[in-house]
Design a protein around this ligand. Structure first.
Ligand code: AMP
Ligand code: MN
Ligand code: MN
Ligand code: MN
Length: 285
């Protein structure tokens, strides 16, 4: 089985429209897909039933929050798209992005980067502004050589453009997801560059808040990292999630992950997959 519970479309910072992302997933034989755009469910408004074919699409989003001064991402999988409180919170997240963009822009202007808010706004084409829009502006205006350089110098963790104070608390986003009938999954646990001890504190807080899942495989991790996260997942009694974190078609990373990458962990998707293996095992009676 091929699943992908972490992908991005043009509804946030991805390069493919939701329909083209779905088409690509179908071409690649994906059985279960979630489009998890940053702080929005808008992708699901842009899809027609017919485009899905036999692909099973699971509503999802990747929520920005903060915990202990760190910008954390939590996936909300299987949420009810019509849940009013969640929709209201997503509207708030968009507002927070606008406020954050102004702060980021002020800081970058001070560092000599001109016209940055207008430039990023133009590139965002009406979507909520993200750091990749600032990065692209800086590349196109010649301030840096690459997106990577923009993050390394200006936007990444600990740099001037890393503004996280606007985001809600980890506990809050977990509560919104759960109240909307979804499952909260800690996204890419190793991307926060935490010490082992601090990562464990994060997972303790996440579990206490009602978090249920751990993304044991994000993209194509080294085997050692996959094993480490599978072990943490079992130790904490989390369910395992896997996803490509696909953004752009020209990158080496594509849509779709081998479901076996959960290893011995309980897969988070067991509750959603229409024909899970457990269902086809014959009843011993
Ligand atoms: P934001 O959601 O506005 O905080 O922006 C974070 C997004 O920036 C991530 O989801 C990535 O898609 C992107 N990003 C982070 N680091 C890099 C990098 N080094 N190069 C390119 N994109 C990055
Ligand atoms: Mn992104
Ligand atoms: Mn993320
Ligand atoms: Mn992501």
């Amino acid at each position: 089985m091929i699943v992908d519970l972490h992908t991005h479309s043009t509804a946030s910072d991805g390069g493919l429209s939701p329909a083209r992302l779905v088409a690509r997933a179908r071409d690649r034989g994906v059985n279960l897909l979630s489009i998890t755009d940053h702080d929005t469910l808008d992708a699901y408004q842009q899809l027609q039933e017919a485009e899905l074919g036999d692909l099973q699409l699971l509503p999802g989003t990747e929520l920005s929050c903060q915990w202990s001064g760190v910008n954390i991402h939590v996936l909300g999988l299987g949420v009810d798209l019509a849940d009013e409180p969640l929709q209201q919170q997503l509207a708030m997240q968009a507002q927070r992005r606008r406020e954050r963009a102004e702060v980021i822009a002020q800081r970058l202007e001070k560092l000599g980067i001109k016209g940055v808010l207008a430039g990023a706004e133009k590139l965002a084409e009406g979507r909520a502004i993200g750091r990749p829009d600032f990065a692209r502006y800086m590349v196109e205006a010649g301030y840096v050589a690459s997106m990577n350089a923009a993050f390394n110098k200006y936007l990444g963790s600990g740099k001037a453009g890393d503004v996280k104070a606007v985001w809600p608390a980890l506990e809050d986003v977990v509560a919104w997801i759960t109240a909307a009938g979804g499952v909260a999954v800690m996204a890419h646990p190793t991307q926060y560059k935490l010490t082992n001890a601090k990562l464990r504190r994060l997972l303790d807080s996440f579990k206490a808040a009602g978090g249920r899942g751990l993304e044991v495989c994000n993209g194509r991790p080294p085997l050692q990292e996959l094993r480490y996260l599978q072990q943490l997942c079992r130790e904490y009694g989390f369910e395992a999630s896997i996803g490509s974190d696909f953004h752009h078609p020209n990158n080496w990373l594509n849509v779709g992950c081998d479901a076996r990458q959960v290893g011995e962990c309980e897969p988070v998707w067991a509750r959603w997959v229409v024909l899970a293996e457990a269902d086809v095992v014959s009843d011993p009676r």
